[in-house]
Design a protein around this ligand. Structure first.
Ligand SMILES: [Zn+2]
Length: 299
């Protein structure tokens, strides 16, 4: 039996090499295929996955940089704030697959969209599980939002996962760059939930090893200076380590000005809105989806 910490370390090394792990049912994360993992771990998982589902593991789509897909043509450009029956049918149709991949998933149906609560085990043997509260709009003018929380024995209530790699100021998950085509409204929800699972796994790595594994994006100089360890990948998105990339430039910048920029963008106070905290604590009485999911910013 390989210790979960060893597996986490292995996945971290893989992420540093751009090798993505596999996500299994229950949101269990295992090292990617090109890894050399011990036979006992591999066998154990093979036993575990037998006959549970037709899709016990899913190949990782990976960040699809530079392959941005063109948006589907809109049926009506004017009706930008209306519910799309097509999106609604698609996402309601995906719920069965979601409850198979994430057992215990809870769903709340609203006219404007769905609220989902799903749980990811991450690594069996580690106390933290991640719980995600995800709002999926049926309206293409709104943006999907999800908040991540730790759950597990010592915690009485879900504990927000952040502030790193969360959106400003609402503290929702920033699991990928919205502009790089990794996921967009209309894509498969399971892929999105897997992206969130990986995001939480990376947070677990940060918590245990004090280092964010793999490539990352941190747009603000202040954010890079205060949050990034020198051995992490640079926040400019390059494949270089921060200390070999933008750190010297960041250190020479006007630090006060950069801090002001970050704070005025809401970076210092990232936290979920009260409505989200209430909902995740009682897991009942969801807020209205269109009050919490922001509109797409048309540039
Ligand atoms: Zn850089």
């Amino acid at each position: 039996m390989v210790m979960p910490i060893t597996i986490l370390k292995e996945i971290g090394h893989q992420l540093d090499e751009d090798i993505f792990p596999r996500i299994k049912n229950g949101g269990i994360v295992t090292p990617g295929e090109s890894a050399t993992c011990s036979p006992s771990w591999a066998e154990e998982n093979n036993d575990e996955r037998q006959g549970k589902s037709r899709h016990p593991t899913r190949p990782w789509p990976g960040p699809i940089r530079g392959q941005r897909q063109t948006d589907r043509p809109r049926t009506s450009g004017a009706a930008s704030s209306s519910v799309s029956a097509e999106l609604q049918a698609q996402y309601e149709g995906e719920l069965t697959a979601i409850s198979e991949a994430y057992p215990g998933a809870k769903v709340w149906h609203q006219t404007e969209g769905l609220w989902l609560i799903t749980e990811s085990i991450l690594l069996p043997g580690i106390w933290q599980r991640a719980v995600f509260l995800t709002g999926i709009p049926f309206d293409r003018s709104r943006i999907v939002r999800s908040w991540g929380f730790w759950m597990g024995m010592p915690l009485k209530y879900p504990e927000w996962i952040g502030p790193r790699h969360t959106n400003m100021p609402d503290g929702s998950i920033c699991g990928f760059e919205p502009t790089d085509g990794t996921w967009k409204l209309g894509d498969n929800l399971l892929v999105l939930l897997d992206l969130y699972t990986l995001w939480a796994l990376r947070h677990l790595h940060l918590q245990i090893f004090k280092r964010w594994p793999g490539r990352q994006v941190a747009h603000f100089v202040h954010e890079r200076l205060t949050e990034l360890k020198s051995t992490e990948h640079c926040g400019c998105g390059s494949n270089n380590i921060y200390s070999d990339c933008c750190r010297d430039k960041d250190l020479r910048s006007d630090r006060v000005l950069e801090a002001v920029k970050f704070i005025s963008a809401g970076g210092a106070m990232r936290f979920p809105p009260n409505a989200v905290m209430n909902f995740i604590n009682i897991q009942d009485n969801p807020p209205k989806i269109d009050e919490l999911l922001p509109m797409v910013q048309l540039i």
